[in-house]
Each structure stands twice: as structure tokens, then as C-alpha cells.
Design a protein around this ligand. Sequence first.
Ligand code: ADP
Length: 154
Amino acid sequence: MEKTLVLIKPDAIQRGLVGEITQRFEKKGLKLVGMKMMRLDDALLREHYSHIADKPFFPGISNFMQSSPVIALCWEGVEVVEAVRILCGITKAREADAGSIRGDLAMSVQSNVVHASDSSENAREEVKRFFNPEDLFHYDKDEYIHVYADDERS
Ligand code: ADP
């Protein structure tokens, strides 16, 4: 099954939203296969945000993302990259759909509580960037028989 990367950003750590955010993904029926608290250094951030590294707001994002540790989560599921992007909502949190994580929990463009991989290809790279193979777990999730139809699970 597909995997995706989520980062719980420093604003969410400071605001005590780790449990709430993690629960949104759990309740959706996703499988948590990796979880890691870490500080991000300049090199990792420059690689992770290479698509916006030349933007004037990049130094601000870099400071923000290093202002406290973040929590990296790896979630697994059928078409999970798209499902997680929908759960997170759009970048500008104050305009994100009500019901989404950003729509319900944030107001800012920069401080928008979560990062989520935006394509299957980027998800593969991002999971590798944040997790060593031994940090990811393989196990049976019993509730899958209730989360998916048989043909979706195979
Ligand atoms: P997303 O995280 O929704 O995929 P992007 O990849 O475009 O969005 O941007 C990465 C992160 O950079 C955003 O989540 C946000 O924290 C920050 N960011 C994006 N655009 C801006 C902006 N115009 N001003 C400040 N921060 C921004």
C-alpha cells in the first residue's frame, strides 16, 4: 500500500495539537507505520522545501520550522497521499475547508500546523528523507477488514 509523510509543525507542538492531529488520521482509518520527533537542520529543510527555497518567505519558514522539534509521521493506506492532502486542507489555513485539519485548527499561511506530501513520487522521496528503513514498521492492522472492501485491500 501507498505511504505518505506528514510533519506536525512547531506551531502545533506549541499549541498542544499533536494528539488532535494524529487522531484525525487514525479516525480516518490510516495505518501509522512510523513516528519520530526530530529537529530539522538547514540542509534537510533546504532539500525538503527545495521548490520554495528561492522565495522571499523561505528564511521565515526555515526559522519557523526550526523553532521547536517537529513530529514526522508515516501513514499507510489506499491512495493515502491524496486522502491525507484532503484531510489537511489548503495551504492558506484561514481559507481551508471547515472539517479539514488546517480549516479547523489554523489561521495562518506559514503556521498551518501540518505538512503533507503532495504526490506519490514526492511521498516516496520524503518518507526516505525522514525515516530510515528500520524506523518503519510492518504489522497487521485488524480494523482494515472494516476500513476497506476485500478488493481494495489486495
Ligand atoms: P503545502 O504545505 O500546502 O504543500 P507549499 O509546498 O506551497 O504548501 O509551501 C510549503 C510551506 O511553506 C507551507 O505549508 C507554508 O508553511 C509555507 N508557505 C507557503 N507559502 C507561503 C507564503 N506565501 N508565505 C509564508 N509561508 C508560506
